[in-house]
Write a protein that binds this ligand. Structure first.
Ligand SMILES: [Zn+2]
Length: 352
């Protein structure tokens, strides 16, 4: 995982508790894992990301497992919030404590500005990973660096480079948590698989200032680079690069990226692992960004594994939606799972 962030123990330990809903709210639906989140001032990006994590069943199951809960003091706030969202009796929560603790450990989010949901998602997962690792090491449970976060979200890319002058080849790998996928410029509509992912994985030739140093030639040479998926992750998170630069100005690409409920990454998987690696995915959450660059609004669409239906989450406003409405021209983050989520095994859920 990436950077080590400071003490999430506070963040995750003070995570919010559900506010008592109004009588109307209490009479409203009470679907486990379907819970609106109060906006504490431009915090729609946080709410949208929290909804996605709340619908990531293997993560929720692990964190709400009795044993983990006992050990995982550091993640208490986050766990407390998940607990309210899955086991609470209110149709909404106010993640105020979650936000304040988050701001204390991740100062870049300590303001009322619109923030990038992708950066938050990555920071939140890194923080959770680092803290879970720290707790496990302090308990001497396990000296390995893997946690539920790396186990679920981490994948690996492989890069093969070729010196165009002497044909010398190199091979390297890099782990990733989120894949940032380019959107082809100057088009109104495109396909996630055929356009965006193909562009990300297409063979490129680095020229001019981008040339790489060839250790055989001892000079910078034109370099062919082939990117492949070496290890497909359990949970694949795709970030559509809508925010970019045009000259001096920051711009948002409004391209309608068509995606489907199923995604097959087999064409992009490294040939050395293709036969052993299962790379077919099912969509379970989407973060949408509507509006302008700095004045937009984030919402989420998440599949609930218990009711087997999709819901749209716009802060406190929650609606059940048809599968056909999940496709949106505002899609910004797409979360796919290799396995179809089963009914969550959470202690106390059966009693509801
Ligand atoms: Zn060379």
């Amino acid at each position: 995982m990436c950077t080590l962030l400071t003490d999430i123990s506070m963040v995750l330990a003070n995570t919010s508790r559900c506010v008592q809903g109004t009588e109307e709210e209490r009479r409203g639906w009470n679907r486990p894992g379907v819970c609106g989140l109060n906006n504490s001032g431009n915090s729609c990006y946080l709410n949208a990301v929290l909804q996605c994590l709340c619908s990531t069943v293997p993560l929720v199951e692990h964190l709400l497992n009795q044993e983990t809960r006992k050990d995982c003091r550091v993640a208490e706030i986050f766990v407390g919030l998940l607990e309210d969202m899955w086991l609470g009796r209110s149709s909404s929560c106010a993640p105020v404590e979650a936000k304040s603790v988050l701001c204390s450990i991740l100062p870049q989010f300590n303001n009322y500005l619109q923030q990038d949901a992708q950066e938050l998602l990555l920071s939140l997962l890194n923080t959770l990973h680092d803290n879970l690792k720290k707790v496990r090491k302090s308990l001497s449970v396990c000296l390995q660096d893997s946690t539920i976060v790396s186990h679920l979200f981490e994948g690996q890319l492989s890069y093969r480079t070729l010196c165009m002058h002497c044909n010398y080849q190199t091979h390297s790998t890099q782990t990733f948590t989120v894949l940032s996928i380019p959107i082809p410029p100057a088009i109104i509509k495109c396909s996630l698989e055929q356009d965006c992912l193909s562009l990300f994985f297409e063979r490129t030739v680095l020229t001019g200032g981008e040339q790489m140093l060839c250790s055989v030639c001892g000079l910078r040479r034109e370099t062919g680079v082939l990117t492949c998926l070496e290890k497909p992750p359990e949970i694949l998170m795709l970030h559509l690069k809508r925010f970019g630069r045009k000259g001096k100005n920051q711009v948002k690409l409004r391209t309608n990226v068509a995606f489907s409920m199923k995604l097959d990454l087999t064409p992009f998987v490294s040939s050395s692992v293709q036969s052993t690696s299962y790379s077919s995915y099912r969509l379970y959450a989407v973060v949408n960004h509507a509006g302008h660059l700095n004045m937009g609004h984030y919402t989420a669409l998440c599949h609930n594994a218990l009711s087997q239906t999709w819901h749209s989450f716009d802060d406190l406003v929650v609606r059940e939606v048809q599968d056909s409405l999940v496709q949106s021209p505002n899609a910004y983050l797409l979360l796919y799972s290799r396995k179809r989520f089963q009914k969550p095994k959470i202690h106390g859920l059966g009693a509801l």
